[in-house]
Each structure stands twice: as C-alpha cells, then as structure tokens.
Design a binder for this molecule. Structure first.
Ligand code: HEC
Length: 124
C-alpha cells in the first residue's frame, strides 16, 4: 500500500480546490450540530473507525452497490476510498458538496475525523 505517494499530488490539487472553494464561501454549509468536534487522537485514525463513524453513516446510502453506486462512485472498501481520496477530500472536506444538500450533513466530530484521517495519509 503506497498511501504516502498517492497523497503528494493532493498538495497541488488542493490549491485549485481552495481557489474553487473561495468563490463558494457564501454557499458553504455549516455542521448540523452546534457542538465542538470531539478531539481526534492518533488511535482514531484508521479505516475501520472512519468507515463506521463517517462513510457508513453519511455516504453508503448512495455510494454502495445497494445504494446504486451514484455517479459511479463506490465507497464500500478501503481500496475504493483510497482510489478516490482526492475527490473525497475535495467534495466532503473542502467544498462540502457531499453529502448533497438536503441530505444529512456530517456533524462536527465526523467532519474532524475524516479531515484528520485524510491529512494523516488515510492509514488503514
Ligand atoms: C443522497 C445521495 C448521496 C450521498 C449520501 C453522498 N453522495 Fe456523493 N454523490 C452523489 C451524487 C448524485 C453524485 C454525482 C453528482 C454530484 O457530483 O453532485 C455524487 C458524487 C460524488 C463524488 C464524485 C465527485 C466527482 O466530481 O466526480 C464523490 C467523490 C462523492 N460523491 C463522495 C461522497 C462522500 C465521501 C459522501 C459521504 C460523506 C457522499 N458522497 C455522500 C450522491 C450522494
């Protein structure tokens, strides 16, 4: 597994994503809860934890075989998430366009966990 090497291109991609996000500040969503995010520790940064607290709860209703693999995106396995990590980060963390408007949005803790996990190189 070569996660570190996959993450590097993110840095350049991120500048573009930030530029896009900057135009969208007025549309930016807020977390649905008003609570401070639970602190994220290194022990939290693993796929099983992220899958159970974020992906399963907020993504798999659409991005699974049972959910119809919307937009051709399946997020049921670690490998499938790693293969789309840059898009997951862009949509869910930077633009906050996923989950789509009108769907249940990540709460502060789920958002902080996913963000920290991706920034740590999405460890398994
Ligand atoms: C209610 C259904 C639904 C949920 C829930 C949902 N998505 Fe999506 N997703 C879509 C649809 C529809 C598209 C294609 C249209 C679009 O990009 O807006 C899409 C597109 C995507 C794409 C591809 C974007 C691109 O530019 O190719 C990614 C990556 C993605 N979603 C990740 C996620 C993640 C991560 C979550 C959970 C945090 C999530 N989605 C939750 C319906 C959903």
């Amino acid at each position: 597994m070569n996660v570190a090497r996959r993450i590097h291109p993110l840095v350049s991609g991120l500048s573009l994503a930030f530029a896009l996000t900057a135009c969208n500040f007025n549309k930016q969503k807020v977390n649905t809860d008003n609570e401070a995010a639970a602190p994220v520790t290194t022990a939290d940064l693993n796929y099983a934890n992220v899958n159970s607290k974020v992906i399963s709860l907020y993504c798999l209703s659409c991005h699974s075989a049972a959910g119809g693999n919307r937009a051709g995106v399946n997020l049921e396995t670690y490998a499938s998430i790693i293969g789309r990590l840059e898009l997951v980060q862009a949509t869910t963390i930077l633009e906050r366009s996923m989950p789509p408007s009108g769907e249940s949005q990540l709460n502060s803790s789920a958002y902080a966990l996913l963000k920290a996990w991706i920034e740590a190189g999405a460890p398994q």
